[in-house]
Design a protein around this ligand. Structure first.
Ligand code: VGL
Ligand code: ZN
Length: 202
């Protein structure tokens, strides 16, 4: 059984949002078009408290996109984004939610970031999405959403480690940094992730 996993289609990651992905909203009609091709559709939602450790505003003297060392791991500091209950945290109104059976929130712990839809960045806590997908009988995951070089990428890496076969729908995803995405694409191909276009699955 095949599931579509839609990552973080939220206002803050779309044009006009605080952490906008260039042309991020352009993938929304593409995602809407492909949803009917799947047995199951789920989504993730970045959902941070205002005092979240990933926000530059919570570190004196630091600017957005600075990097800090956090408990031995590198942490990029972001503009405030996807603050719980804010407009920016809402799923973009253009995304068709009729087929989305469950939305897994992530990034609620103020002290750790959570790029992947499966675990926090320290791999300490699960969101429960893997158990949910397995319970539903899913073996193959198709990923799309924002941003393909951050949250989509980390989600795919975890999916591979959890032995889900994984496909990235390239034109249903967009990166924050397209140069970074070229590197990531090579890495994913080496790890036998299939990269397809939305037309291939319609
Ligand atoms: C994301 C940076 C910080 C993403 C989330 O959804 O790609 N990026 N939080
Ligand atoms: Zn975030």
């Amino acid at each position: 059984m095949k599931a579509l996993v839609i990552i973080d289609i939220q206002n803050d990651f779309c044009p006009g949002g605080s952490l906008e992905v260039p042309n991020g909203d352009e993938i929304i009609p593409v995602i809407n078009k492909i949803q009917n091709s799947f047995d199951l559709v789920v989504a993730t939602q970045d959902w941070h408290p205002a005092d979240h450790v990933s926000f530059a505003s919570n570190h004196q003297g630091k600017n957005s996109y600075d990097k800090i060392n956090l408990f031995g791991e590198e942490q990029v500091l972001w503009p405030d984004h996807c603050v719980q209950n804010s407009h920016g945290a809402q799923i973009h109104s253009g995304l068709d939610q009729k087929k989305i059976e469950a939305i897994f929130r992530k990034g609620m712990d103020p002290y750790i970031d959570s790029y992947s839809g499966f675990f926090d960045n320290g791999h300490k806590k699960k969101t429960g999405i893997a158990g949910y997908l397995r319970d539903k009988g899913v073996s193959m995951l198709f990923f799309c959403g924002l941003a393909s070089d951050i949250c989509v990428y980390y989600s795919i890496r975890d999916a591979l480690n959890l032995n889900f076969s994984s496909v990235l729908i390239e034109d249903a995803s967009k990166p924050i940094d397209s140069k970074n995405f070229y590197r990531i694409k090579d890495e994913l191909i080496k790890h036998s992730v299939e990269i397809v276009k939305s037309n291939d699955i319609l």
